[in-house]
Design a protein around this ligand. Structure first.
Ligand SMILES: [Zn+2]
Length: 109
């Protein structure tokens, strides 16, 4: 595909795709953080449920609650971050730079 500068119509245009990577990275970190808090919440919930069954139940409940919570939080956060990065990439940031007149612009919608 060939891009053109909307200002001077030069075909010498450089494209950047930083936002998607940044968004995905933020999402992964955020997802991991959310996963940790979800894991803690899951462990607490699991421990509460397990407490009915005694000490072994507390351990089993905590571990399975933490694993389930961590997985759900991490995967959800990463997908959310990648989506956020992609929409930033497309709509918010000027990712194309004209090499002729240094004009920055977005991809046409
Ligand atoms: Zn230009």
């Amino acid at each position: 595909m060939s891009l053109q500068c909307p200002r001077c119509h030069s075909p010498k245009v450089a494209s950047f795709h930083h936002a998607m990577k940044i968004g995905a990275a933020i999402g992964t970190v955020g997802g991991a953080a959310r996963g940790v808090s979800a894991a803690l919440a899951g462990a607490q919930a699991g421990a509460l449920v397990g407490a009915i069954a005694g000490p072994v139940g507390i351990t089993l409940g905590s571990v399975s609650g933490a694993i389930l919570g961590g997985l759900a939080g991490g995967v959800g956060g990463c997908a959310l971050g990648a989506q956020l990065g992609e929409s930033l990439d497309r709509h918010a940031l000027a990712n194309n730079l004209c090499l002729a007149c240094n004009h920055r612009f977005n991809l046409p919608a």
